[in-house]
Design a protein around this ligand. Structure first.
Ligand code: HEC
Length: 119
């Protein structure tokens, strides 16, 4: 990690933006819409707990986006956003989920790739 970014893709994976979009919108996976608005037409009923992700690819680098997905609490300790790729130091994690990140390294890279296209 350098500053507020993780510049190296997790596990050396190459992200696929269209898979990333599906993961982000999937209510059983990223479920980003519960907190974020995204620039997609349709009845998505997004929440507004987090900032609108429109234009995020122009505001943040891939590395900055990656860090925010891996563990937003590094930069915003009281954040409501889940740490999508962290397994240490989490409290109240159900037995079956312990030791497993919410998204895999590949899935994180896919979502990073999709967010980079939002400009
Ligand atoms: C439970 C609510 C919640 C969920 C779910 C959530 N986020 Fe967030 N997110 C936030 C909040 C709140 C912030 C604002 C910064 C902070 O307070 O942590 C944020 C910040 C961000 C940022 C930085 C935005 C900026 O302008 O700096 C990105 C990128 C982001 N989220 C992407 C995602 C993606 C992609 C997903 C799904 C994989 C997701 N978030 C899921 C609440 C959430």
């Amino acid at each position: 990690m350098a500053g507020d970014a993780i510049d190296t893709p997790l596990g050396g994976a190459t992200g696929d933006g269209s898979r990333g979009r599906d993961i982000a919108l999937d209510r059983g996976k990223g479920n980003c819409l519960i907190c974020h608005r995204v620039p997609i037409e349709g009845e998505l009923f997004p929440g507004d707990v987090g900032p609108d992700l429109s234009g995020i690819g122009a505001r943040l680098t891939a590395g900055q986006i990656r860090l925010r997905l891996v563990d937003q609490s590094v930069i915003a300790p009281l954040t409501l956003m889940p740490s999508y790729y962290r397994v240490d130091g989490l409290r109240r994690v159900g037995e079956q989920f312990r030791g497993k990140p919410v998204l895999t390294a590949q899935e994180i890279e896919d979502v990073v790739a999709w967010l980079q296209t939002l400009r």
